[in-house]
Design a binder for this molecule. Structure first.
Ligand SMILES: [Zn+2]
Length: 70
């Protein structure tokens, strides 16, 4: 299980919110991220994050298997 976060700020490209694992070098600062909880896969995490943010994407660095190139 890993602790996942979603970036509250949209990426300039594609209007998506990036999902990160705790400890990622690209993890946003505390005020700019929302904790999603512990998940065993990024696929599960994206499903959860989509309830709040319709457009989400996995971080290239920490969640590559869920990353979709735009
Ligand atoms: Zn990341």
């Amino acid at each position: 299980m890993s602790q996942y976060y979603v970036d509250k700020e949209k990426q300039p490209e594609g209007d998506v919110h990036m999902v990160h694992i705790s400890g990622c070098v690209k993890l946003p600062p505390e005020y700019q991220r929302e904790a999603l909880g512990d998940f065993s896969s990024c696929e599960q995490t994206l499903t959860e994050a989509k309830q709040t943010y319709p457009k989400v994407n996995g971080c290239y660095d920490c969640s590559y298997s869920c990353h979709r190139s735009l």
